[in-house]
Design a protein around this ligand. Sequence first.
Ligand SMILES: [Zn+2]
Length: 124
Amino acid sequence: MAKAPKLRLLKPALKPLGPQLKPATDRRYSSPDYKRWYKTAKWQRLRQVILVRDNYTCRMCGRVLGARGEAHIDHIQAHRGDAALFWAEENLQVLCVPCHLSVKQREEKRDKCHRIAREEGWLE
Ligand SMILES: [Zn+2]
């Protein structure tokens, strides 16, 4: 029964911080759909198709890519989450990792941002 009410006055002072944390309404970059596409069986199949079509050979430098993880599948035209571009066989090519990086770095300079790296799933 006694002095407890005094403490209650302190509580409201903390409240205003809560609403400042906005909910993530813009999910375009936080969890884009195409990141899931890379994990689908459909993508694994398509990847195989492109590897065989290009003979496991980097289209830029001609290196044959035998080892696992050596061959990257590159979207020639950045898909930017566009399903049609993402799944189009004619928009895909085999690149080795160094060539893929150099292509993407050039594109990044042109676009002057890291959007592509994020779209390719290289950045979390
Ligand atoms: Zn290469």
